[in-house]
Design a protein around this ligand. Structure first.
Ligand SMILES: *[C@@H]1O[C@H](CO)[C@@H](O)[C@H](O)[C@H]1NC(C)=O
Ligand SMILES: *[C@@H]1O[C@H](CO)[C@@H](O)[C@H](O)[C@H]1NC(C)=O
Ligand SMILES: *[C@@H]1O[C@H](CO)[C@@H](O)[C@H](O)[C@H]1NC(C)=O
Ligand SMILES: *[C@@H]1O[C@H](CO)[C@@H](O)[C@H](O)[C@H]1NC(C)=O
Length: 921
């Protein structure tokens, strides 16, 4: 038994592969062990005490007759044998130990050789895949017989507009772009240069002076516009500020009459680039302070040649659709943040269901005029018949009555009270009534535009009665149906019913959209001027100027770059081929210069986009159709299994999907932690699809020049930020060449398979934040007054922290252009919450939650807030961030999600000869 166990034990120790060795050992051992037993028996007999020995001897029976001497000799002999056997045994034991050690060493060596073989196989596989990829890329390069398209030389006119004979005033009313605009001055590649006549020098109002505020503000805001040129000879469009102005003669004689400002035609016609007929001129009359005095139309009887007119007041006859422009009045600040003027979007229903404040000067009875008597009656009746829950605030006479001077000529409704008193009513109104002027010949008036402006600012949803003939600002590009309700006046009898029929969700959507349009296009003079020019540019399908990328100050100059270190081998994980290592391949940029505004003009103005700049790529760029990937448009596509599909090997070799191949950039924000950064770079070694690592050096002092940096396998660009700010993580650096940007903290440990999987998921959710650490906003049950930040385990999340997440490069621009500056200032003040801000931004633009991807193990992120859970102030700050950002944006844009993404065959039972997508995720 014992022997058998021994052998088994040995066999257990040694591997089967060394059976032959074993056999020889056994051959040795068996006889020896027999020996051993023998000697052991004898030794035992010898060492026993006298009585016991006697016992034993007696038991031996016939031995008792042997004489003592004989016995002694035999004992001595036995003892000799025993000594020799034990020596032999010791030697044997030694040999056994030695053999065992040798066996262990051999086994270790075989293991390491096996691991080396696996690594080599994986490496070979990678190299093979890389070589295949390189061959494909080369083939594509050869096949493409046309060179990369570069725009032709910029064509700009070099002469001022030639003088042509003026057109008759009867043909002026028929002016359209095709008949009155000179397209030859505005080539597609011209960049849409605009010349602005100096308002100090050119004042084309008769006997009046242009408002000083407007002059200064316009000069200033236009200087920020990238289309402004100082060279009138190359300009496409000439802009001249006409009004609003004030009579130079300030005598108070005109108490009864409205003063009518009129255009000094001879001043207009003598403008240096008028060219005889005013082609490509925009005459701008911005209504501002004197809204109530009917100064709206400065061009009423004037002849303006082929010039376009931009103002807030138009009659139906006068307005030339697609040519003239309805502009909002200049009621806001010159520029800057406007959020503080706005009201929060929730709750959907406010104190008053409908409000109106205004007073109308009765018009002489005439066919085109109805004094809105019926309308007022009906509304009053509806208000008094309404249930208690529906409070109307209707005021058809101002209290106190407005000055007589402010008599409005066209049956328009003058504004009652002060700006502040009106604002407080509007903030309490779910809907606000806007009445089209009683004079049917008007398509819009400055007063009506002012009402619209106020309503949107305070979140009261505008109901425009008589709206079926009303034109709203920039309505050729803006979809006002999503922010206002336009009804014919005849609908007044059904108004109350209609207002009640709208759901809360719709009310909130109207209000939110109204605020978006107001903030982007009307709120400030800058916003309305940029919109005015962008509208004309959109007509001509000239692309906007490209968005400016941040020039990162390189931390190292051309002549010096720190030495590269081969990083120490990372802890050996089972090797898995995740993709080819390829040469850096930037994402194709600016491929839609001339199609974007045509295909996505609506979304650019009304949804996710913005029309003021051109971006190299957008998350919403359309993919080609499925078969086109194999027919004609194959370039760049890497279908899985060359189109046959597959898992495992085929999957890991190709990106697949509906988009051409691409790579991603890693942006690491670091603050003077060289060692942590070095470890982060070392971990990236061998990561497929990595285009470049951009290290944003947030430190005050430059990175040490002498320290060697570990090789990360991709180019590393180190840029120094101008100042230490967490917002720097989202600067749109010019060194970023790909659409996909992976933001990581320097101490975030992400495995390669996690990164590659997240990249593949992001490719299908390009407009969202795709990443690992999920958080959510939880309602504050104690104070019932907003949301708190929460990082507890939960089955619902609404944020993915940008300490480890993919975002589209477009959002790096949007962070600086679409987010109110107050948010970024707050991030700087508290040195926290830039990740929350990015989540707010993306959710605001897309109205979608982020995507969380599966990570193999618990996400490790030493510097992340997770480990700070004890830190009360951290959480306190993050609560405050959510509340402040919500206040700035008027609502909390975050949306919740209850699912996360894992790879298709994860946890699927598949035949043993098949492979999954990833080994572990
Ligand atoms: C598109 O616009 C970008 C930015 O202005 C420019 O760099 C690029 O050359 C343009 N491409 C074409 C084909 O016009
Ligand atoms: C109209 O403009 C002309 C030329 O600039 C100027 O001489 C004239 O005084 C202006 N007329 C009025 C009424 O301002
Ligand atoms: C480049 O950088 C190195 C180290 O930072 C510095 O010693 C060297 O003077 C710089 N060279 C130039 C041309 O700026
Ligand atoms: C998170 O969970 C713990 C334990 O369940 C609880 O004590 C704590 O209040 C929670 N924190 C938040 C912010 O909800």
């Amino acid at each position: 038994m014992f022997l058998h166990e021994r052998i088994c034990q040995w066999l257990g120790h040694l591997k089967l592969s060394r059976v032959i060795l074993m056999v020889s050992v056994i051959l040795f051992v068996v006889p020896l062990v027999t020996h051993y037993y023998l000697s052991k028996y004898e030794a035992t007999s010898m060492t026993l005490g006298g009585s016991n020995m006697r016992h034993t001897l007696e038991a031996l029976g016939d031995l008792s007759t042997m004489n003592v001497v004989d016995l002694k000799i035999r004992i001595e002999e036995m003892l000799r044998i025993k000594a020799s056997v034990s020596t032999e045994l010791r030697e044997l034991e030694e040999r056994r130990g030695k053999l065992q050690r040798e066996a262990a060493a051999a086994s270790a060596k075989s293991d390491s050789v096996k691991a080396e073989y696996a690594r080599a196989t994986a490496e070979l596989q990678r190299l093979r895949v890389s070589a295949d990829q390189a061959r494909l890329a080369q083939l594509e390069a050869i096949r493409r017989d046309s060179p990369e398209l570069a725009p032709p030389a910029q064509i700009l006119p070099s002469q001022p507009p030639p003088i042509l004979s003026p057109i008759s005033s009867s043909s002026e009313v028929h002016c359209r772009m095709h008949s009155c605009f000179d397209h030859s001055r505005c080539s597609l590649t011209s960049g849409f240069p605009i010349y602005f006549y100096d308002p100090e020098k050119y004042s084309p109002l008769a006997g009046a002076e242009v408002d000083g505020f407007l002059k200064t503000t316009l000069r200033q805001t236009l200087s920020y516009n990238s289309h402004l040129t100082h060279n009138p000879n190359e300009a496409c469009v000439y802009l001249i500020l006409v009004g609003e102005g004030f009579p130079l003669d300030k005598s108070p004689s005109s108490t009864t009459d409205t003063y009518k400002l009129s255009l000094n035609e001879s001043a207009i016609k003598s403008l240096p680039y008028w060219g005889g007929d005013g082609r490509n001129h925009v005459l701008l009359n911005l209504a501002r302070r004197e809204l109530s005095v009917g100064s709206g139309d400065a061009f009423h009887t004037a002849s303006t040649g082929r010039a376009m007119i931009a103002q807030s007041t138009f009659t139906m006859q006068q307005f030339r659709p697609g040519f003239d422009l309805v502009t909002p009045p200049a009621l806001g600040p010159p520029g800057g943040d406007v959020w503080a003027d706005c009201a929060p979007i929730a709750p959907a229903r406010r104190k008053y269901i409908l409000s109106f404040q205004g007073s109308q000067t009765p018009l002489p009875a005439a066919s085109s005029v109805d004094n809105d008597k019926f309308l007022i009656e009906t509304l009053r009746k509806a208000a008094s018949a309404a249930p208690l829950s529906d409070v109307f605030f209707l005021q058809f006479e101002c209290d106190p009555p407005i000055e007589r001077r402010a008599v409005v000529p066209n049956g328009d409704w003058a504004l009652c009270g002060t700006d502040r008193s009106r604002r407080s009513i509007l903030r309490d109104s779910t809907f606000v009534l806007i009445l089209a002027p009683a004079d049917n010949s008007y398509a819009t008036t400055a007063l009506l535009q002012a009402r619209l402006y106020e309503a949107l600012r305070s979140g009261a949803i505008p109901i425009i009665l008589g709206g079926d003939r009303i034109r709203l600002p920039f309505d050729e590009v803006l979809d006002w149906r999503r922010a206002t309700l336009s009804l014919p006046k005849a609908r007044v009898t059904e108004l109350h019913f209609l207002l009640r029929a709208l759901s809360d969700a719709d009310l909130l959507a109207f209000r939110r959209q109204g605020r978006v349009l107001w903030e982007r296009y009307l709120s400030s003079v800058q916003a309305s001027m940029d919109s005015l020019l962008a509208t004309v540019r959109t007509r001509l399908n000239i692309p906007a100027q490209p968005a400016v990328a941040t020039l990162g100050a390189p931390a190292f100059n051309d002549s010096y770059y720190p030495p590269k270190l081969e990083p120490p081998a990372v802890d050996t994980e089972p090797e898995e081929t995740l993709g080819p290592s390829e040469a850096p391949y930037p994402s194709p940029a600016y491929r839609r210069n001339y199609s974007l505004a045509l295909l996505h003009g609506y979304e650019l103005w009304n949804e996710w986009g913005e029309p003021f700049a051109l971006y190299p790529q957008l998350p919403w760029d359309p993919p080609v159709t499925s078969e086109a990937r194999f027919m004609g448009s194959t370039a760049g596509f890497r279908p899985i299994g060359a189109g046959a599909g597959g898992s495992g090997k085929e999957f890991s070799e190709a990106l697949g999907g509906d988009r051409p191949r691409e790579q991603f950039t890693i942006v690491i924000l670091t603050y003077e932690r060289e060692a942590v950064l070095a470890a982060a770079l070392a971990r990236l070694r061998g990561l497929p699809y990595l285009n470049k690592v951009v290290v944003v050096w947030n430190g005050v002092s430059a990175p040490a020049a002498t320290q060697a940096w570990p090789e990360s396998g991709a180019p590393v660009a180190v840029v120094r930020a101008a100042r230490n700010s967490l917002n720097n993580r989202f600067l749109p650096y010019n060194v970023i060449d790909t659409e996909a940007v992976l933001c990581v903290d320097d101490d975030a440990h992400l495995r390669h398979d996690e990164i590659v999987f997240a990249f593949r998921v992001w490719r299908e959710h390009r407009d969202r934040i795709v990443g690992f650490p999920g958080r959510y906003h939880a309602w504050d049950l104690n104070f019932n007054n907003g949301f708190l930040y929460n990082s507890n385990y939960s089955c619902e999340l609404s944020m993915v922290l940008t300490g480890a997440a993919f975002v589209h490069r477009y959002y790096l621009w949007a962070y600086w252009r679409a987010l109110p500056a107050a948010v970024r200032d707050y991030v700087d003040e508290y040195m926290n919450c830039e990740d929350i801000a990015m989540n707010f931004l993306v959710a605001h633009i897309t109205r979608k939650p982020p995507v969380k991807v599966t990570s193999r193990w618990t996400f490790r992120c030493p510097g992340c807030p997770v480990t700070l859970s004890a830190d009360e102030t951290h959480f306190h700050e993050r609560h405050k961030c959510i509340q402040f950002f919500s206040q700035v944006m008027g609502y909390t844009p975050l949306l919740s999600t209850q699912y996360r993404a894992d790879s298709v065959l994860f946890k699927t039972r598949i035949p043993h000869d098949k492979q999954k997508c990833f080994k572990f995720i």
